[in-house]
Design a protein around this ligand. Structure first.
Ligand SMILES: [Zn+2]
Ligand SMILES: [Zn+2]
Length: 265
């Protein structure tokens, strides 16, 4: 594993450990993580009993990214650089500015990709696994179908020669992304004042929990990953006030006419 992949991965693992402890100390809701379901057995066994599915999926996806994704992305990155391809190579900006623009570009692409996953039927077929978690916590962050991850590797590779993105830009992006997505999936109780201030810039737990709602109109909102302004720009931002009860899952989204209605709108 190269340094570019290692640092964001370490952030992901360390963040998950810290947030899992935080969820235990300051839970937002009575989550699954510390109920064993067996009288006399410690609560962490309950966390492991259900959380292992998400952790297992995350392990498979990490393997996919490290063994296939990263080497392919490195090849495309080197090839695009050798041929001087991509928008960012054509503009006279400092390295730091290019990195900032690259992070914004990737986050914008992630927003479009996420919306596509909710509108295109066969993409939803894989993305629904992420939404099927009925109690969110930090492990929900890595609960993705490997096919969704494989397709996302392809579009990320395609964006490299078009936009001038490098493997280093994706590493910087992930370094910023992982703390935010870990936090907004976690069951950590965030003080309301921080939630209200934070959501002006980033995707907070309060915003992303609405996206995981069983209610269709709510799950069809708040698609952004790092920056909440993508939803403001795209007209998909939905705010919920303090104490709003959200039931997580995909129940209403599974109704037969849902995809058809969604693609018509
Ligand atoms: Zn989604
Ligand atoms: Zn999510």
């Amino acid at each position: 594993m190269s340094t570019e992949e290692l640092t964001p991965t370490m952030v992901l693992v360390a963040g998950m450990v810290v947030l899992t402890i935080g969820e235990r100390l300051m839970p937002a809701a009575a989550g699954r993580q510390w109920r064993s379901g067996w009288p006399g057995w410690p609560g962490w066994l309950g966390w492991l009993r259900i959380g292992w599915r998400n952790i297992g999926l995350g392990g498979v996806n990490a393997l996919l990214l490290v063994v296939i994704g990263a080497p392919c992305m490195v090849l495309v990155s080197v090839w695009a650089e050798a041929h001087d391809l991509g928008l960012l190579r054509a503009v006279p900006l400092s390295e730091a500015m290019v990195a900032m623009v690259a992070v914004l570009m990737i986050d914008g692409l992630m927003y479009l990709w996420h919306r596509a996953n909710h509108v295109i039927c066969w993409l939803w077929h894989f993305h629904r696994l992420h939404h099927s978690d009925e109690e969110m916590d930090a492990t929900t962050t890595i609960r993705f179908h490997p096919v969704e991850i494989a397709i996302s590797i392809l579009w990320r590779m395609a964006a490299m020669p078009l936009l001038g993105l490098t493997i280093g830009h994706y590493a910087i992006y992930e370094f910023c992304l992982f703390p935010v997505i870990l936090l907004h999936h976690s069951n950590l109780r965030v003080p309301w004042v921080l939630e209200r201030l934070g959501r002006r810039l980033i995707v907070t737990p309060g915003l992303h929990r609405v996206h995981h709602s069983r209610v269709r109109i709510e799950s069809e909102s708040n698609f952004a990953s790092i920056f909440s302004f993508w939803d403001r720009l795209g007209g998909t931002l939905m705010l919920r006030e303090r104490g709003w009860k959200i039931s997580f899952g995909v129940e209403e989204s599974e109704q037969p006419d849902w995809r058809v209605t969604s693609t018509r709108n």
